[in-house]
Write a protein that binds this ligand. Sequence first.
Ligand code: CA
Length: 733
Amino acid sequence: MRGLWRALALAGALAALAACGEPKQHNQGGGPAFSLGQSQTQPAVQRGAADVDGARLLAADSEPGNWMTYGRTYNEQRFSPLAQINDQNAGQLGLTWSYDLDTARGQEATPIVVDGVMYVSTAWSKVKALDARTGALLWAYDPKVDGSWGPKACCDVVNRGVAVWKGKVYVGTLDGRLVALDARTGNVAWQVQTTDPSKPQTITGAPRVVKGKVLIGNSGAEFNVRGYVSAYDADTGKLVWRFYTVPGNPAKPDHAASDQALRKLALKTWSGRWWTWGGGGTVWDSIVYDPEQDLLIFGTDNGDPWNKHIRSPRRTDDLFVTSIVAVKPDTGQYVWHYQLNPGDEWDYSATQQMILADLTIDGQPRKVLMQAPKNGFFYVLDRTNGKLISAQPFAPETWAKGIDPKTGRPIENPAARYSETGKTWQGSPSPHGAHSWMPMSFDPKTGLVYIPVQEVGFTYKADPAFKHSPMGTNMGLDFVTTSMPQDPKVKAQVMDSLQGHISAWDPVHQKEVWRAGLKGPWNGGIVSTAGNLIFEGNATGEFAAYRADNGTKVWSFDAQSPVMAGPVTYTVGADQYVAVLSGWGGTYALVPGILSLKSGNTRNISRILVFKLGGTAKLPPLPTSAPRVLNPPPDEATALQISHGFKLFIKYCSACHGDAAVSGGITPDLRYSQLLASDSYYDVVLGGILKDQGMVSWAPVINHDDASDIRSYLIHRAHQTQDQKAAHEPWAG
Ligand code: CA
C-alpha cells in the first residue's frame, strides 16, 4: 500500500494548495478530506493510481465497480452489471456530492472511475481527479488552451473524456495536443502536437488505449481539414502510425498506414481538387476495439466542404467520408470499411458511438457492430467483415427510401442532392442528427439499445457564390436564405416540429419497443444497469431513471441546468454511485438560434453530480439573475446596410452567436448587448480585446464599415424582438 498512500499524501497536499483557486464544492461525504474511503472498506489491492492495463480492461466485467474506459468496456455497451440501485429502490436516490466546475461551457465528458478515484475532463480540455466517494479534489490540470481556439471549433469548446493506462491519464486538447498526465499528481508526463496548429483542427473526443497505444482523432470538417486517426506509444508519446481517412494531393504521398488503402480504394472515388479543401472525414468521436478479431474500428465525419459540387464535383463516393473503417491496432493496416453515405453532402457523420455485441439474428449467432448515426438509420453490421446485416430508420428521415440489403448502399431521394439540383431541400435529419455524440447504451438483459433520439429538420441550399474565407466555417451552403424567417407562423411551425425522446430499440428485429417522450431535442447520453434501469439527463435540466424493460420513469432530480453528458455508475466501498456532468452547450446551444430554446432551459451550470441511495446533499439555490433588458440604440440604418450586415453575421458570427442573432444560452445574445450603443463594440469585434474569452479579432476578414453594418443588423434585430415581445409573439427569444 505504500505507493498508494504516498500518492494520496501528495495529492492531498496539491489539492490543499489548489483549493484557493477552485470553485466551491458541496459535499456531504463525511469522510476525512483527501483520503480514499475505499481503502478502508474494500480488500486491499496493491495498486497505484489509474493502474489500468489491457488485462484489466479485457476483464472489466470482473470489476464492475470501476469504469475504466470511455464506454466502460472495450465493446462500449455502457451497460453496468451493478444492481444495488434498481427499479425497486431508485426512488430513494439522492445527491451525495456535487462539484462546481470552473468553466461555463458545454460539458460532454464521461467520467472515468478507477479504484475510488474519478478522472474527468471538462470544457477547455481541463482535467480533474476527485475522490469518487466524497468529491474532494485530488488534483487539477489546465492545458491553458488559448481562447482563440473557441471560434475554430464548430461545436463548442467541449471535451468528451480522458483515458487511463498504467498510471497515466490522457486527454486530447482543443488546440490539438495529446497530453499524458501522471495519475497521482496531474503533472504532465509527456505531450505531443497531433495536428498542424496553423489549421483549425481541434480535439473534443476521448482517447482510447489499446495494446499500449493511445488512439486519438480530431475535428474540423466544417473548416476545410483532412481527417485522420493517430496511434501514439502510451509510455513515450511517440507516433506509431497514422491513418488518413481521405486522400491528399495524389502527387504527394503521406508515407502513412493509410497509403495503400487510399491508393487502391479511395483515390478513384474522388474528383476535382478536393485536397486543396481538405476533404473532411474527421474522426472526432467513436473509436472501438474488438479484441476477438483484433480490430480497431472508427467512424468518420462528413466530406468537407459539405457542398459536394465544390469538394468533388462528380457523383462519386468520396471514400472514406461518413464511413466505418476497421484497421489493425498494431499497424493501422486497413481491413474493411462500410460507407453509410456515399458522397455525403448533409453532414451525416458516421462518428456516432459504435457498440459491439453478440446477437442471434435469424437463428444464427452474429458478431455485430451497431450504430445509430446522424442519418436516422439504425445499422447492424457484421464486424468481422463490415458487411451490412440490416438497417432501418429509428427516426423520421427523408433523404433515402431505405438501405439496399444486397449492396448496403442507400436508395437516395434525388431531391436531397441539393448541390446537383441547385434547389433548396428541406430535409431530415439535420446536421444535428437524429442522434449525435450523446452515448447510447445496450442492455444485454433486455436486448434493447437505448438511444437519445431527436427530430430536427434542416434547409439545405448550395451557395452559388461561395468563396473560401480564411476565418469562420466554409461549408459552401447558403445560410442566408435558409435563416429562420421572422414570420411568427413559420417560427411556431418549426418549433412545434422539434422533438426529442428516448427510444428503446430492438436491434434484432429493427423496431422500437418503447419510447419516453421529452420536451425537445439535444438530450443526454444513457447508461443502462443490471438493476433494470437506464439513466438519462435531458435538455430541460432533469436527470432521471427509467425502467429498462418498459420506460416507466421511477426517479427524477432537478439538475438546475441541462444535462448532455453520458452518465456512469461505480462503487466505492459498499455503495453504488451514479455520476453525470451537467452543463448546457455543444452545437445545438450555439448555432441554430431560436431552436436552442425549445426545452425552455439554456442555463449553464457546469457541475459533477453524484447520487447514491439515501444521499441527502442539496444543490445551492439558483443564483438570482436580473431580467435581460432590450435597450438598443435607434434603428436608423438603411435596408442595404442591414442586409449586408446580416450576410456577414451569418458568415462569421452565427456559428457562435446563433442563427438570426438568437443565442442558445452559452454565448452572449447580441441583441441584448450594451455594446450596441458604444464604440467599444469595435474594440471587441476588430480590436480583439475579448480574445481570451474566445472572441477573437475579425479584422482579417471584415473592415470598419462591415463591422458597422453587422451592428446595424443587430440593432435592427433588437428592435424586431422588442416589437415581437410587445405583440406577445411566442418564440420572440
Ligand atoms: Ca461534421
